[in-house]
Every structure is written in structure tokens, then in C-alpha cells.
Write a protein that binds this ligand. Structure first.
Ligand SMILES: Nc1ncnc2c1ncn2[C@@H]1O[C@H](COP(=O)(O)OP(=O)(O)O)[C@@H](O)[C@H]1O
Ligand SMILES: Cc1ncc(COP(=O)(O)O)c(C=O)c1O
Length: 278
């Protein structure tokens, strides 16, 4: 038996809901074989309101992991938290050398609720080294504004403007996640392939237990691509999955509630989504 191989280039979320932990659980849930190239380790301080600390790994350690994983011939790659311009460049060059088409860029800039970029130079480096390689890029509203060089989108009309600008940077398909923050009654994401705009809408779940939603969504898209789904179907299936994962999010402790990464096999078919050309 062989399995499709999926690689995540991302950070470790020690609390297990986001980062490589979310990616590996989601890859497994979709029947793909997960591999990792770790960029940073994020820890949380239980004595101090769960404050995050980010520990970077040396660049040669990242390079060695990329050499290891890519030598096996992976089917799809996802990127997540990339801490510095050097890390972004290294990831971009490894992706180019791999010659792979199935590349999902989740341009993580902040953890939820914060609005300052990890390192300001990262936005330009993502535009230069990652967007031209992206089969799909999956920014949230804040990240979309940063990549597009405009104010954070607030409406579907703003999202369309951002999607066109991000597409012009070389990403072949753009999915802007409206999520909870969009001024809209549904959890709406905008898909743009350079030709048409499609709004994917699901019921908004009233919950704080959504930690890792973005990583989980992008990892599901990556696994779906590795499994042979066309781009639009890969996004649609991932949207159904992440909606079920959020609807079944749970409380890890008083600070954080991860999404249910096991939602595909437990809750498949429990969430409906609608598609509308806009
Ligand atoms: N409360 C919610 N109910 C249903 N879907 C949601 C909710 N919040 C976010 N989503 C969806 O989850 C996915 C991840 O989005 P989001 O949480 O905004 O990403 P990120 O973690 O990168 O900020 C998107 O498809 C988004 O629409
Ligand atoms: C390592 C890592 N990657 C990515 C994220 C982003 O998580 P989310 O999917 O909730 O946006 C986080 C947030 O804590 C993280 O720690």
C-alpha cells in the first residue's frame, strides 16, 4: 500500500491545536502521510495568561529537514508560520527546487486576535518568494490586507479587491477567509481563480473554541490536492470539514479551545455550505 505524502513547513504549537500539530492530525484524518519541516516552537505560559513565546530553530536545521522530506518525493506542500525573511526565502527556494504544483501557502502573520505582524519584513518576503509558487493562498482578512497592500477588508467587496491584487502577485488561486470578523451573517470565504469570484458560506458557530481553524482548513486543502481533487473541490471539501471541526471545537483549558481535527470521519455530512458567484 502507498499513501499520498503531504509536507508542512510550519511552527509547532505545543498546545496541539494549530501549527504542525493541526496539520499532521488533519493530514491523517484525510488519509495522507504527513511530514514536517519545523521553523519555530511556540510555547504558552500557564502562569501568565497563556502568553506565547516563540523559539526559532537555526536555518540549517530547517534546511536539513527540507532536504530529508523532499527527497521522498512529496505530493503536496503546505506552509504555515514562517518566522523571518530568511525562513521564508529558504522555504520558497525549497518549493521551487521541488518542482511541485500542489503548494498551499497559509500566510500566517499573527495568532488569532492580535494585529501586529510577527516581523514586518515578512510580508514583502511572502510576496516575493511564496505567492508566485502558490497553487492556493489562504489569508484571513488581516493577512489579505497586508499581502494586497490595502486596509484590512471588511466587506465582500473589499475582499474582491484584495483577491485581485494577491492574484496579480502570482498566486494562481486565492481564498480569503472572512471567518468570524467579516461583517456578514455567515462564515464566508471568497474563492478567486483569476476568472470568477465564488463566495463559500457556512453557518457561523458562536464559539471561542476555534483555535487552529486556519491551519486545519489549509491542511485539509493540501491533503485534498494530494489526493487528486481539483482546486475548487479541494477548497469546498475543506470548507465543509473546517465548519464541522469548528462546530465541534472543545475546551482544552481556561485559555484555549481547539477545533475538532477528527471531524471528517466523525461528523462528515453534518455541515452544509452554499456557493454563490459574486
Ligand atoms: N465562528 C465560525 N463559524 C464557522 N466557521 C468559521 C468561524 N470562524 C472561522 N470560520 C471559518 O474557518 C476557516 C478558518 O478561518 P479563520 O478562523 O478566520 O482563519 P485564521 O485561523 O487563519 O484566522 C474559514 O473557512 C472561516 O470562514
Ligand atoms: C505554530 C502556530 N502556527 C499557526 C498558528 C495560527 O493558528 P490559527 O490556525 O488558529 O490561525 C498558531 C497560533 O497559535 C501557532 O502557534
Amino acid at each position: 500500500m502507498t499513501m499520498k505524502k503531504t509536507l508542512t513547513i510550519a511552527g509547532s504549537d505545543t498546545s496541539g491545536g494549530a501549527g504542525i500539530q493541526a496539520d499532521l492530525k488533519t493530514f491523517q484524518e484525510h488519509g495522507t502521510y504527513g511530514m514536517t519541516a519545523l521553523t519555530v516552537i511556540v510555547t504558552m505560559d500557564p502562569e501568565n495568561n497563556w502568553n506565547h513565546n516563540v523559539y526559532s530553530l537555526p536555518i540549517d536545521v530547517l534546511q536539513a529537514q527540507l532536504n530529508t522530506a523532499l527527497s521522498t518525493g512529496v505530493d503536496a506542500i503546505k506552509t504555515g508560520m514562517l518566522s523571518t525573511e530568511e525562513v521564508i526565502q529558504t522555504a520558497g527556494e525549497a518549493i521551487t527546487a521541488s518542482g511541485l504544483d500542489h503548494v498551499v501557502i497559509d500566510p500566517v502573520m499573527v495568532c488569532k486576535g492580535e494585529d501586529e505582524v510577527l516581523n514586518p519584513g515578512n510580508v514583502g518576503a511572502m510576496v516575493q518568494y511564496l505567492l508566485p509558487k502558490a497553487e492556493i493562498v489562504t489569508p484571513n482578512l488581516f493577512e489579505a490586507g497586508q499581502l494586497a497592500g490595502i486596509k484590512t477588508p471588511k466587506t465582500v467587496a473589499d475582499m474582491k479587491v484584495a483577491a485581485e491584487k494577491i492574484h496579480a502577485h502570482g498566486a494562481r488561486n486565492v481564498v480569503i477567509k472572512g471567518g468570524k470578523q467579516l461583517e456578514h451573517d455567515k462564515a464566508a470565504d471568497l474563492f478567486y481563480d483569476g476568472k470568477s469570484f465564488i463566495l463559500l458560506e457556512a453557518e457561523k458557530t458562536a464559539t471561542y473554541h476555534n483555535h487552529g481553524a486556519g491551519c486545519t482548513f489549509a491542511a485539509a486543502i493540501t491533503a485534498n490536492l494530494a489526493n487528486g481533487l481539483p482546486v475548487k473541490e479541494a477548497v469546498i471539501e475543506a470548507k465543509k470539514f473546517v465548519s464541522a471541526a469548528i462546530a465541534n471545537g472543545w475546551k482544552l483549558n481556561e485559555y484555549v479551545g481547539p477545533v475538532m481535527h477528527g471531524a471528517k470521519n466523525r461528523f462528515e455530512g453534518t455541515t452544509e455550505i452554499t456557493l454563490t458567484e459574486v
